[in-house]
Design a protein. Structure first.
Length: 191
């Protein structure tokens, strides 16, 4: 193995005849790498659902956008998950909410996604139509799926925490198409 410019390792096709630190099945393939930048680029090729997690916390509407949202973690009881970076300043606040509204972003949100993820927390909800549940969970109008959730578990995972949420209630609108995050761009699913 030879070091990459970013501190990872690249294995050439001729290397790796002995134990190769967990890459035994890949040792004869050219271009195998453990470079973090290359992994991030490769991971971006996997389309992911994009969701807004929002709630009223201590009287203030709070929202964060996640592209690591996953459904089907459990069906009984129903659970979903996402990953929160340790550097997030929004998740520590949002995690204290009584309930969290998850709005899967839809086609009508493509021009608002960056606003919702803005560093300016005061501007995130500007000119957006929302619905607030009695629990304080906030939902974006026009979302294909709404989920009202509570935090069930949190597991450390490197520079993130995996957050598992229990779904208390949901609403689905099959007439609306979701957005996906693919290759660092928001895209619509093709029919």
């Amino acid at each position: 193995m030879k070091p990459d410019a970013d501190g990872g390792r690249t294995m050439t096709a001729t290397e790796g005849t002995e134990g190769t630190e967990g890459m035994e099945g890949l040792r004869n393939l050219a271009g195998v790498t453990s470079d973090p930048g290359e992994m991030t680029r490769a991971f971006s090729g996997f389309p992911a659902g994009v969701a807004a997690l929002s709630a009223r916390v201590h009287g203030d509407p709070t929202v964060m956008i996640v592209s690591s949202f996953a459904v089907g973690v459990s069906h009984n009881p129903p659970m979903v998950s996402f990953a929160a970076q340790h550097t997030s300043t929004t998740w520590p606040v949002l995690s204290r909410a009584r309930a969290i509204g998850i709005s899967v972003l839809g086609e009508g949100h493509s021009d608002k996604a960056r606003q919702l993820a803005s560093r300016s927390k005061a501007a995130r909800f500007a000119d957006l139509c929302t619905v607030e549940a009695e629990s304080g969970a906030i939902f974006l109008d026009g979302a294909p799926v709404w989920l009202e959730c509570t935090v069930e578990h949190s597991y450390p995972a490197g520079d993130h925490d995996i957050i598992v949420l229990r779904v208390l209630a949901m609403r689905s609108d099959d007439e609306r198409s979701p957005l996906v995050w693919h290759r660092r761009t928001l895209k619509m699913l093709g029919s």
